[in-house]
Unconditional design. Structure first.
Lengths: 537, 291
């Protein structure tokens, strides 16, 4: 008998627009010391599955329509809310995606950690404050927080993202649960931190012998941690098997599609313009910010003396972890963020010497694609207005030809012409990114900065958008600075690559040369941290 | 290439879509109809009112509603229907004009302060703070003393007080919007600052602005009543709803109709404004459900 045995779970959402079958007859089981990964794209029902087990869904609209969840002889779906409250935390614990929003910013880490110990519902199990503190510090040590006894009194904002996730894990483990549910625990973290957290979860599971349900959209992450994998799509089970079987000989078409969408290997077709002339010269760019948040104002060196050349027709990758200054550099090159010193020479003109009004004629040639397709489109403008605005403003089209031009743009980015009158919220994430790309290419630019254009997208959508970007770069003779934290994506589309760390350029060169022989230790560390979906090693 | 669908594409915009959506919202239409009726009646009052607004009949005194005087008469024997109609002229005018003054100043001030930010924002908002701190009664009394009692001045004076909150609301909206990526996208597109404010910022601040506007209009009407009561606004025999209510309260126990009828009219106006405001807010937000 497995620790948790779920049979035919059905969760429907009764919305105004009809019934949404979020989870439709899903069955799985997890045993002590076992890790089950539930994988799927956004909207697949993977989170809803786990939330329904803990009675964490908003009801209404959610209704559990059927199924049994047998946890150690007890049906989770049928137990009373008092009993559920007891089970949550004591027997089943959860770790969430964003450690910042799941910690109370007004309480110290330690205070939040000992809370369940000193207010334990069972008074005989209650610990004194002192005993709780000792236990919590031991636990913090166990999850790898250095100087745990001093960090005990720190506030969440004084912890880094990785440290916060460690603290969250400690909180989840404090009452020694038997089942741990991790909802995308590493999605918000940098790749090197992600590798550490994954290692920690794996190690804790061994020492404590807990069952783990690991929810993720990333097959690469799952490959390294799970014993069994459940692939979900639109509420239905697509595939369920051991990790090895899923990765090596999967049977469902959807899993195959997921696996093939993971970017791997080198760029298939290198850009022809390898030996071409330089389009943009970035010389000793420094962008500093003043940080007023502390007591004394500190100079934050977001970009610190970076020089690079981007050749005409190439896709130049810029990789780094969050806070490395890669986005700031991209914005500084486009003069959207004022630089402290240095120069950006574009076809012989130093853009930094121009006043903002003098820059206006250059703007159409230099465009940008943003990370979040939800935030980068004006919610009150239809697709038509969004695309027509740059066309009319820069006189690429006149009032008579603009409708036709907009349709051409829609075709170019693969959007249905009939959706031209819709507003951004009526589109999916991938389609919105297509609109944003359409807006960026409207004025026939020569150079585009793409700032994490696929990071917010599901892996199959990501593959489609990358394909679109590659096609557009080739057809329209574009040069692109491609900023990303995802090394696999960068490798699959970039000709050359530069690695940034703490505002400094660590290493640059041809993509394949860097992958084969990274010179600097930081680059080596980054490359090693990439989770791979390849189990054939 | 000039199919009918294309021409409609070119014309479709936030405002057109909003209008189509508003027409489907029954409550908003009701609000609109009520307000329109009140406005038309007020405009035509000098011609359609049954009596003259200053015509007194002291012998008659206060009488309850009757066939001759549908809404009764006040203690001076003046016809209440006439007085409510004339009162509507003043109240609606104060409500709309003073609010419009507040809207224009508030939106521009707030949008500019929030968008430019930094020192300009600091100075502009300190000015707002100073204005807040000024006792507004003194401000209005001063205006009245210097320029004499004048109904236009009353609009300006009230508007000049009400725009402060509007400016703050707009500023906070704009500051949140300014950091959004679509504003940055507009920058990188090469749009001028003014084009960005006009096309991307202001339309996105409309929701809270409209709601606040529907709250401002009634508060302005009551402010006028208060000023009139103090002798700073309009004076009898001229009337406004606020003034009628104020006098009605004094004689509430003996002659309740003197309070009830102006009260009903004012409440009806406020309901209508709220329905219309809610409808407008939803209509101007493409994300609100379409049906």
């Amino acid at each position: 008998m497995a620790l948790l045995d779920v049979k035919d779970l059905k969760v429907f959402f009764h919305t105004r627009n009809g019934v949404v079958k979020a989870v439709d007859e899903v069955s799985f089981s997890v045993d002590k010391g076992e890790t089950l990964a539930i994988v799927g794209e956004s909207g697949s029902g993977k989170s809803v599955t786990c939330y329904s087990l803990l009675d964490l869904l908003p009801k209404p609209p959610a209704v559990i329509e059927g199924g049994i969840a047998n946890f150690d002889g007890e049906d989770l779906l049928a137990c009373s809310s008092d009993r559920m409250r007891h089970l949550r935390g004591n027997h089943i614990a959860m770790i969430f995606q964003d450690p910042m929003t799941s910690l109370n910013p007004f309480l110290t880490i330690g205070e939040q950690l000992i809370e369940p110990l000193i207010y334990h519902p069972d008074t005989t199990l209650r610990l004194s404050r002192k005993a709780a503190r000792t236990e919590a510090i031991n636990l913090l040590n166990e999850v790898g927080i250095i100087n745990a006894d001093t960090r005990f009194d720190s506030y969440p904002h004084e912890f880094s993202g990785g440290m916060r996730q460690r603290a969250m894990i400690a909180m989840a483990l404090i009452n020694k649960p038997r089942l741990l549910i991790c909802d995308e625990p590493t999605t918000a973290l940098d790749v090197t931190i992600q590798a550490q957290i994954l290692k920690l979860i794996k190690q804790l599971q061994k020492t404590r012998d807990v069952a783990v349900i690991f929810i993720s959209h990333d097959l690469g992450v799952v490959a390294g941690i799970a014993d069994k994998v459940l692939v979900m799509c639109e509420g239905k089970t697509q595939e369920q098997n051991t990790t090895k079987e899923v990765f090596n000989n999967c049977t469902s078409a959807y899993t195959k599609k997921l696996l093939s969408a993971i970017p791997k290997g080198a760029k298939v077709k290198a850009s022809e313009a390898q030996a071409g002339s330089t389009l943009i010269e970035v010389n000793h760019v420094k962008t500093y910010f003043r940080d007023f948040s502390g007591s004394s104002d500190v100079l934050v060196k977001a970009v610190d003396d970076v020089s690079l050349d981007i050749k005409k027709g190439e896709i130049f990758g810029l990789v780094g972890e969050s806070g490395s200054g890669k986005s700031t550099l991209g914005r500084s090159i486009l003069q959207l963020t004022p630089m402290t010193s240095g120069s950006v020479v574009y076809s012989g003109t130093d853009l930094c010497t121009l006043e903002s009004s003098q820059l206006l004629p250059w703007r159409p040639k230099l465009q940008m694609i943003f990370q979040d397709p939800y935030a980068s489109l004006n919610p009150r403008m239809t697709v038509y207005e969004t695309l027509a605005e740059p066309l009319l403003y820069h006189a690429v089209a006149n009032k008579k030809t603009v409708a036709q031009q907009v349709q051409k743009l829609m075709d170019a980015v693969g959007l249905d012409r009939s959706s031209v009158l819709k507003y951004p919220h009526e589109f999916s994430g991938g389609q919105r990114q297509r609109i944003a790309i359409g807006r960026a290419i409207a004025t026939n630019p020569e150079f585009i900065v793409a700032d994490e254009p696929v990071s917010a997208l599901d892996v199959t959508i990501q593959a489609q958008i990358l394909e679109l970007i590659l096609a557009l770069v080739e057809q329209r003779n574009l040069t692109m600075l491609f900023i990303s934290h995802d090394l696999s994506v960068v490798r699959s589309i970039c000709d050359r690559v530069a690695v940034m760390h703490h505002g400094k350029l660590v290493e640059q060169g041809n993509t394949e040369t860097i992958w084969a022989k990274p010179k600097m230790p930081y680059t080596q560390e980054l490359l090693q941290a990439i989770p791979t979906a390849d189990l054939k090693r | 290439m000039h199919s009918p669908s294309q021409t409609s594409q070119q014309r479709s915009s936030l405002w057109l879509d909003a209008w189509i959506k508003l027409r489907k919202n029954r409550m908003a239409l009701f609000g609109f109809a009520v307000l329109a009726t009140l406005c038309v009646v007020s405009l035509l009052t000098p011609w359609i009112a049954p009596y003259s607004y200053e015509e007194q009949d002291l012998m008659l005194g206060a009488t309850p509603p009757s066939a001759a005087h549908w809404l009764g008469t006040d203690i001076f024997g003046r016809d209440m229907l006439t007085r409510v109609m004339y009162g509507g002229r003043v109240s609606l005018m104060v409500g709309f004009i003073a609010t419009a003054v507040a809207l224009v100043i508030g939106i521009l001030w707030g949008a500019i302060a929030g968008f430019i930010g930094g020192r300009v924002d600091a100075i502009m908002m300190r000015i707002v703070d100073i204005m807040y701190a000024l006792p507004f009664m003194i401000f209005i009394v001063l205006l009245m003393v210097v320029f004499g009692r004048n109904i236009l001045l009353l609009f300006v004076a009230i508007g000049a007080v009400e725009w402060l909150t509007m400016a703050r609301i707009v500023r906070s909206q704009v500051m949140a919007l300014r950091k959004q990526e679509f504003i940055e996208a507009a920058y990188s597109m090469g749009l001028s600052r003014w084009a960005i404010i006009r096309r991307h910022i202001i339309p996105n601040t409309l929701g809270p602005v409209i709601v606040y506007t529907t709250l401002t209009i009634p508060s302005v009407m009551l402010l006028e009543a208060f000023l009139s009561f103090l002798g700073l606004g309009i004076q009898p025999p001229e009337s406004s709803w606020g003034l009628l209510i104020n006098y009605g309260v004094e004689t509430m126990e003996e002659y309740p109709w003197l309070l009830i009828f102006p009260g009903i009219t004012l409440s009806l106006t406020l309901f209508a404004l709220n329905f219309l405001g809610d409808g407008l807010r939803d209509a101007l937000d493409p994300r609100a459900s379409k049906d």
